[in-house]
Design a protein around this ligand. Sequence first.
Ligand SMILES: Cc1cc2nc3c(=O)[nH]c(=O)nc-3n(C[C@H](O)[C@H](O)[C@H](O)COP(=O)(O)OP(=O)(O)OC[C@H]3O[C@@H](n4cnc5c(N)ncnc54)[C@H](O)[C@@H]3O)c2cc1C
Length: 238
Amino acid sequence: MQIYWTKINKIIEETPEVRTYLLDCPDGFVWEEGSHTHFALEGFNAGEKPNRSLIRHMSISTLPHEGAIGITTRIREQCSEFKAILRGMVVGEEVAIFKTHSNVPLKREGKNVYLLSSGVGLATFRPLVLDYLEQADGVNHIHSLNVDSSKEFLFPTVFESVPKKKFTARFVDNRSDYYGEVEDLAADKDGLFYVVGSDEFLTQNIELLREQGIGPEQIMLDKREQQLAEFFQADLTV
Ligand SMILES: Cc1cc2nc3c(=O)[nH]c(=O)nc-3n(C[C@H](O)[C@H](O)[C@H](O)COP(=O)(O)OP(=O)(O)OC[C@H]3O[C@@H](n4cnc5c(N)ncnc54)[C@H](O)[C@@H]3O)c2cc1C
């Protein structure tokens, strides 16, 4: 396993609680849209075993041609040790990234794509949308629906409807509106539904989509094969 140590080159305050850390791209580090990585802080590999409290899974919120690896995360006042250390970090300090993989690349199968997310889950979709806006081949239309109770919606300049490019985006601030809209979107029985958020959020979305007749093969989660099976197994027993 290759561990890439790299420097923070910019910190963007997206909202009062959400920051994007832009990291230098180390030589040889490659990724595609929808990727997540293991993001680790100094000392994580100092002992015999990796110190898990210094490692988190994070999506990469940028595309390679932007020239930086973006990590977007919410840091609340009450937070984990990991986030407390991260909050104190400044430009020039080093972090590690390793084991990078995309479970949710953009499928170009000529279908409508629905990107369903809660909160910073939108970060996973930012590169998919940029990729689509640059090159729409094989995708009919993309619609993003994000729910964020903070009402501080992320990436407003990217998630802005561009009807002539067949891209539409909606933000809502409560789950009731959100699930009402998902039900409407599920009227498209041939669509592809990407879902990103907490495990509870994924389970509720799967349940609703399945009730509306959407098949498991039409639902994309940022999970590995084994975990996917667990989500859809649970769905069968509901
Ligand atoms: C494939 C994948 C991709 C992911 N991508 C991202 C991503 O792009 N961005 C991202 O942010 N996360 C992402 N995650 C989730 C991420 O790995 C973390 O699990 C998540 O950010 C929570 O971080 P944390 O455990 O450090 O807790 P925190 O975010 O610090 O806390 C979680 C919750 O617990 C509360 N809390 C924590 N500590 C305390 C305390 N001491 N007292 C009271 N309340 C407390 C917080 O207020 C918060 O509500 C991803 C996960 C996966 C599996």
